[in-house]
Design a protein. Sequence first.
Length: 307
Amino acid sequence: MTAFTPGTPRARTRRPRPAARRSLVAWLFLAPFAVVFVVYTAVPAIAALAMSLSDLRGSDLRNPFAVDFVGLENYVRLFGDARFLTDLGNTAVFVVVGVPLTMLTGFALAVALNTGIRRLRGVFRTVFYAPVVTNIVAIALIWQYAFNADGTVNEALGWFGFAGPNWLTDTDLAMPVVILLGVWRNFGTAMVLFLAGLQAIPEEVYEAAALDGAGAWSRLVHVTLPLLLPTVLLVSVLLSTFYLQVFDEPYLLTDGGPLGSTESVALYTYRQFGFGEYGLSSAASFVMLALVVVVSAVQFRILRPRT
């Protein structure tokens, strides 16, 4: 038993807070986010789902009681619309071509910055990331001028004796230009994420592989890529989500043309909403959401076990 000396403060024992009180404090901190999420995300999502199951049109806004429940009729209309199916195919092209090109470009630049370019790494990283934060409207105007019939690209081709086409009005060439703009705009994000993943790999692993006789290519294939799979999964999901919802590039560069050859599902949804087809537009947005969920689930299924 310890004697108490007058003049010395008595040690206080802090009682642990009850679990209910800790839970209340946690909910108080979460409350602002929860309110914002419910008001601006959950409620609009539920309202959009309800609209996708109704025949709501712009003319019904003055008389909401005229709106009827139609079930899955809007979804049936979507998949019976040849234009929507074409836009669905265009979106698939954006994903199948755009995601690998963006990932390969970002990975190549990340490897170069991580191994070959070290002195000016910060400068190059800023330059390569600049398209991500540059205003897309300004970028689209520059690209429209560059790929015009009398633009910079055709002028450069003329130096070598080639007569360039009108890229943005050709149904075969407009899509590659739009995809190229998407790659140019997003490879900076992939590069930064890949560079962070590369810098997280310990140098001792490469040294051990080198002692075992592994060359540069062997180290890349058998050391870098396996250890980088979590980053590959992250980049793949982010880029797939972007290209499945691609809107800015086709809208600003070609307005979905020529002849709908570059129109995406997101652009189709936007047009139907502008036409006052609120139920059909909501159904198209949920089809797009389902595509994002399915593609992301497939990517997790393929890459997650290996990570």
